[in-house]
Design a protein around this ligand. Sequence first.
Ligand SMILES: Nc1ncnc2c1ncn2[C@@H]1O[C@H](COP(=O)(O)OP(=O)(O)OP(=O)(O)O)[C@@H](O)[C@H]1O
Length: 693
Amino acid sequence: MAEPDPIRDFIADLFVDVFASDKKRPPGDGIDDLAARRFLPVSPFVAALAALAYAAPDFATKLPAENFAQIAAVLDRLHSAAGLLIAITLVAAAAAVDTGRFQSHRHRVTVAAQLRQTTGHRALGVRVPMLSRRSAVKSARIKLPVGAVIRPKQMDEFTAAVANSVRGSTWTMNVSHEAHKNRLLIARALTVADQRSVRHKALAGSLEGASILKDAKVSVYSYGDDGVETGYRIGFTPNLNSGSGAFQYRVNEALIAIAGAHESGQNWDVQWSPDAGELLLTLKAPLPTRVSHPVPSELTSIARRYLPYATGAADAVAYWDVSTKSNKPHCLIVGPTGGGKTSAIRTILTEASLRGIPFIGVDPKMIELDGLEGYPGCGAIVYDPIRAAIFIRALHAEMMARNQYVHVKKIEPSQLPLLIAVLDEFFILSAAWTRLKKDPDEETRTLIVTLDPLGAWAELSVLARSSGIRLLLGVQRPDASLFGGASGNARDNFGTRLSLANLSQDGAQMVWGDAHQGRSIDTSIPGRAMATGPDGTPMEAQVWWTPNVDRHPNKWDQLSAADIAIIDALQPSAAPEFMCYSRELREFLETERALATKKREHGSVAEPVLLGDVPVADIADAIPAHALTPGTRILLTDEHGNSDIVTVASVDATPTGTTITIDTGGRTRAKVTFDPGEIVLLAGADHDAEFAA
Ligand SMILES: Nc1ncnc2c1ncn2[C@@H]1O[C@H](COP(=O)(O)OP(=O)(O)OP(=O)(O)O)[C@@H](O)[C@H]1O
């Protein structure tokens, strides 16, 4: 072991910060040894020297002149050169240097001790700048033993220890580990005051440490004119979750809730780019709460095949492309009672009329489309279910005749004139057809079986596209049976979609192919909907308001001047021509028109068929039996044609049919079985009153 050498230690301690080289340091000479040593100040030596110089004349007189003449001369020179002032200055400077050296020493000792306690490693050397300040070490370089491993937890503890040692100061300490160089680096930076907004902090805080989005970093994406933050960018490391629609939906909901109501009154919107590992939380301008049906100033040949009906964000217009090239030739409108379905249908049909496209409507509720009767381009509005069945069969014949025409005449299908068939309240209609199959009157039963309207409908759904026939289907809720069975082709054909309701998960999946779309529509705003956007993806939109175009004084006189102006502006200059390719459709329309004229002349409505004891107009809605849920009140008709309101107790839906049990109020529960896809009538408020009476 080497002999202790105080002079060498003193010099080493004094100049270690300036000249220290870790390579030169002997391996055993760790910082712990240095730390254990006392701090040796230089100022006392300087002070002693200065005092000696100051007292030099006195010493000189006391020294024997002949022996110490030379020393006395040195002291004399020293005294005369320095003087009191220089002595004081020297001592003060030495004291200042000592203070700095002491702080450097203290920092070295502290850092080495922190390292030892948190990681267990002995620092081979710690370099800190000479003359450090007290508050926080400016930087430090810690030499570690070769191959020293620092585990993340140890690193965190060391970092926390370093940070804690400057707590309360204006500094932030950054610690990094350069494992390949066996060293730790500490650097300080001025702490920047957290100037993030409350919303920014809330978003960042909610994602910090949460595993929901990996490595999430929130930054401000945009500011409004008034300096208020209007958008945030959230970067993250993509994983399987971030690509899933259900996951994104959950995150969207949470982020929008945390961001809270914005000062501008606009709503938050989230756009994901999982491939780029980022999402944008931005504001979207609120949609107008009402858009009056605008009238096109001029119709280009292209616009003639696009029927607009709603306005989305950034003035995007939702339209129904009825052209031959359309990949969404048929339209599905989902809307509960009062949701604005009838107005949406009016908007579309008045646009069709402006473009010279005729239409025929089926309205089993008799109160939805009646106002369109007599409107330019309206072939007929059919109310009666048997007449509706005849119409569907005639439409099927028309489709076949048109296809035949194209085939024989060698023309392009696009040369055929367009025709729109509207079936509103489809489930009520198909429930009526199902009931007619069990009608006590044999002739009626045979007729409906022969017409097979549901079969004709299923074929129309798939084949009508190339014959210029377009279908518009209105329902209160979606169901797979709408598309004429399970045909994916029919489903795709009904690609233009509008939903004015908040859909269930299944409904959203059915309508939008995504269980989370169209589930949070603000239904308090009439006409607010989810619509197929111009790019084919769903967008939130405000359906254009078209008032009832019925010119009967009872209706017309109720309209405001603004509504009358809308209707007048929509009036086409010439009524669309009705071209029939089949005898069936022509005869049907002629008969229907004759019936309508007769009705008008006699001033009363002729009801050709009664649905048991239940007038169709009173029916609230109808749904397929498999969609029933316990607690639902339905109308059930027995074999004698008597109807009763019953409450469903349980539902057992299988591919071969649906069996329900009915709560009869007693101990026993009756069972009723329905065929697959059979429609059941729901009991409405009207019935409750009617049956109670
Ligand atoms: N696009 C719209 N813009 C503004 N208001 C609308 C819009 N659509 C509907 N409304 C309002 O909602 C009311 C109900 O609309 P509408 O009759 O079209 O509903 P519906 O879905 O057909 O209901 P029901 O099936 O009971 O007839 C209208 O009288 C109107 O006041």
